[in-house]
Design a protein around this ligand. Structure first.
Ligand SMILES: *Cc1c(COP(=O)(O)O)cnc(C)c1O
Length: 477
């Protein structure tokens, strides 16, 4: 019994309809609200019994159009500025379809998709000036990539016995790691998952540019050593999630070299800025990292999900994960050739073909245009900063380093008013910023990651914030 169509002609027609629907969606995004809440009347749709009987494909597709498509968070929309989400592209969408058609399992073996992943690794090495023996792996996202970075650093420090004996077998002093107080929460989570615990991550205060304070880091490393702890890892942030700050990576690299520490960079969205000659100088020092975690699905606009971990020393990444198994026997010829395989570089065995949509995106747009697009979002951020500065009722809450703008409406009780304003703004469908808290101040946060966003979208945002702000708090403070 096969699951293939009995009538391929009808199926083909329906397939073209579905493709056209999605192309229409992408072409006419602007005519939709940025976001709209899922109406409660739609809830029963999500509470049905498991389908025992078959249903026609066109009918299921119609349900998708009615109940799912209109109610995503909206990150492809030009008005979306929430969190740090990429917009995706029509090219990436097509590549996803091709990958789905091939149904590749890219865990390993002798096949072109693995070669393509190695080709991408070679390009990525060049971008970050990493040596030929550097290894890398596509993963879900930077949360996983950071976790792999921490695992490799930990295993490199503690040696191979860790894998058999676990932390219980350790007689060494307790390991500690360092990151900026503005580091993403997944760094602490990575310390947790590595068994070292979140308390093994020492958060270093930031300077007024929201960068990790290098003096404070040096002092803390020395103090920890004196207290009998064993520093092993510094995580630099290249594009902080709150405000887009970039740590002084060259300085962190120098400190790590002096102190014998692993230097990992969380470059989730920022690292790809190296593709822009204009932005690259801000990431100086990233070339000296021991490992870099970053996403193609944010600034790179590759459809979700596509994260990457790059490690300077292939052997260290492989020693951290490779696990022999009889059913994963390698050969020099035949389908099981081509060792080492991607599954030797991380915890996943079966994995999808993330390299394909990334390859299509890089090839079709070229890295020059992608770099220009990223630099353009930074220009837009400066323009938004200027629009805010021109309005006495608005104020910036952090310097604009890259493409993230934190600001608020000025009024009495600004934390309460701006939180309310944000919800009403999101529900208006006009624009979708998110929020963060900076030094106790609630901030509206516009992360300009989407390649579709224009100056016009920023003007819509500012006008809407002013209108809602005046409604909620007519009098200035
Ligand atoms: C988005 C982000 C992450 C997490 O990446 P995911 O791809 O969402 O897992 C980590 N660090 C920073 C700085 C980020 O912006």
């Amino acid at each position: 019994m096969t699951l293939d169509p009995t009538d391929w002609t009808a199926f083909r027609q329906q397939a073209h309809v579905m493709l056209d629907d999605m192309l229409d969606y992408q072409q006419h995004l602007r005519q939709r609200p940025t976001w709209q809440p899922l109406p409660s009347a739609k809830q029963p749709f999500f509470q049905q019994d498991s389908p025992l009987e078959p249903q026609d494909l066109p009918q299921v597709h119609q349900e998708f159009l009615d109940h799912i498509l209109p109610y995503t968070i909206g990150n492809p929309h030009p008005g979306f500025m929430g969190w740090v989400h990429g917009g995706g592209t029509p090219v990436g969408m097509l590549a996803e379809m091709l990958a789905g058609g091939l149904n590749v399992n890219a865990g390993g073996r002798h096949q072109a998709p693995i070669q393509l992943e190695r080709q991408l690794l070679a390009w990525i090495r060049q971008w970050f000036e990493f040596p030929p023996q550097a290894s890398g792996l596509f993963v879900t996202g930077t949360s996983m990539a950071n976790l792999i970075g921490v695992w490799v650093a930990q295993r490199a420090r503690l040696g191979p016995c860790l894998r058999a004996q676990g932390l219980a077998g350790q007689t060494q002093r307790a390991l500690v790691a360092y990151a900026s107080a503005g580091a993403h929460g997944c760094i602490a989570q990575a310390l947790d998952l590595s068994g070292l615990g979140t308390q093994a991550l020492h958060l270093i205060p930031m300077n007024d540019q929201f960068q990790m304070d290098p003096g404070a880091l040096r002092a803390r490393v020395r103090a920890d050593r004196a207290a009998g702890l064993e520093p092993f890892l510094v995580v630099g942030t290249a594009g902080s999630v709150d405000v887009g700050a970039v740590d002084d990576l060259a300085d962190l690299a120098a400190l790590c070299a002096q102190e014998g520490l692993w230097f990992h960079v969380d470059g989730a969205f920022g690292a790809l800025g190296c593709l822009s000659p204009q932005l690259a100088p801000r990431f100086r020092g990233i070339q000296r990292a021991d490992s870099i975690a970053f996403d193609f699905h944010k600034w790179g606009q590759v459809p979700y999900d596509a994260g990457f971990i790059l490690v300077r020393e292939d052997t260290l990444q492989r020693q951290a994960f490779a696990t022999p198994a009889a059913y994963l026997r390698r050969d020099t010829r035949g389908a099981a050739a081509g060792s080492p395989w991607p599954c030797d570089y991380g915890p996943d065995l079966s994995r999808g073909f993330r390299a394909l949509k990334t390859w299509f995106t890089l090839k079709v747009y070229g890295t020059r245009a992608l770099g220009e697009m990223m630099a353009h979002t930074c220009t837009l951020a400066q323009q938004l900063g200027a629009l805010i500065a021109a309005q006495p009722r608005l104020e910036l809450l952090a310097p604009i380093t890259l493409n993230i703008v934190c600001f608020r409406f000025r009024c009495p009780d600004p934390n309460t008013v701006n939180a309310q304003l944000l919800i009403e703004l999101q529900e208006s469908g006009l624009a979708l910023p998110s929020s963060t808290t900076l030094k106790g101040q609630f901030a509206l946060r516009a992360a300009l990651v989407n390649h579709r966003t224009t100056l016009q979208d920023l003007e819509i945002l500012v006008a809407a914030v002013l209108r809602l702000g005046m409604k909620l708090a007519p009098k200035p403070d």
